[in-house]
Design a protein around this ligand. Structure first.
Ligand code: HEC
Length: 142
C-alpha cells in the first residue's frame, strides 16, 4: 500500500507541475504574441489618442510639437529624426513595456503606460497624424 501510494502521488505531482508549467508558458507566449495580434486587429482613433496623449502629458517631455528636445526624443512621423520608420508594434512596446525599436530598454524617465491595446493603437494613430518635425536629438538619455 505504502509502496503504491508514493509513486501515485509522485506521478500526480509531476503531472500537476507539468500542467501548470505548460499553462504558464502558454499564457506567457500567447500574451506577447496576442498583444501585437490584438493591436493589429484594432483601428486607432487619432482623436481619442490625442486626448489620451494630453492627459498623459506626453508633450511635457516630448515638446508641444512632439519634435523632442535634448534627450527627449522626436516622436513625430519624421522618418529620419522621429519614429516614422518604426512599426506599430515597436511604438506600442515603447509605450507599454519601455523598449526601443531594437528591443533595448528605454531609460526610466520614459513612463511605462498601462494602456489597453485599444488605447495603444489610438495613441499610435495620433502620433502618426502629427506633422513630421525634422529636428535631431542632442544627447543620450541619462
Ligand atoms: C517624463 C517624461 C516623458 C513622458 C511624460 C513621456 N515620455 Fe516618451 N520618452 C521619454 C524619454 C526620456 C524617452 C527616451 C528614452 C530612451 O531613449 O532611453 C522617451 C521615449 C519615447 C518613445 C521612443 C522613441 C525613441 O526614439 O526612443 C516613444 C514612442 C515615446 N517616448 C512616446 C511617448 C508618448 C506617446 C507619451 C505619452 C503617452 C510619452 N512618451 C510620455 C520621456 C517621456
Amino acid at each position: 500500500m505504502k509502496i503504491n501510494l508514493v509513486p501515485t502521488l509522485g506521478l500526480k505531482q509531476l503531472l500537476l507541475a507539468t500542467f501548470f508549467g505548460v499553462t504558464t508558458l502558454t499564457a506567457c507566449s500567447s500574451e506577447t504574441d496576442g498583444e501585437d495580434a490584438n493591436q493589429a486587429a484594432l483601428t486607432g482613433d487619432a482623436e481619442r489618442g490625442r486626448a489620451l496623449a494630453n492627459s498623459s502629458s506626453c508633450a511635457s517631455c516630448h515638446e508641444a510639437d512632439y519634435g523632442g528636445a535634448g534627450f527627449f526624443p522626436n516622436i513625430t512621423p519624421d522618418a529620419k529624426y522621429g519614429i516614422g520608420s518604426w512599426t506599430d508594434a515597436q511604438i506600442g512596446k515603447a509605450l507599454v513595456t519601455g523598449t526601443d525599436e531594437d528591443g533595448d530598454e528605454l531609460c526610466s524617465l520614459m513612463e511605462r503606460f498601462p494602456f489597453s491595446n485599444q488605447q495603444v493603437v489610438d495613441v499610435i494613430a495620433y502620433l502618426r497624424s502629427l506633422p513630421p518635425v525634422a529636428r535631431a536629438n542632442q544627447s543620450e538619455c541619462p
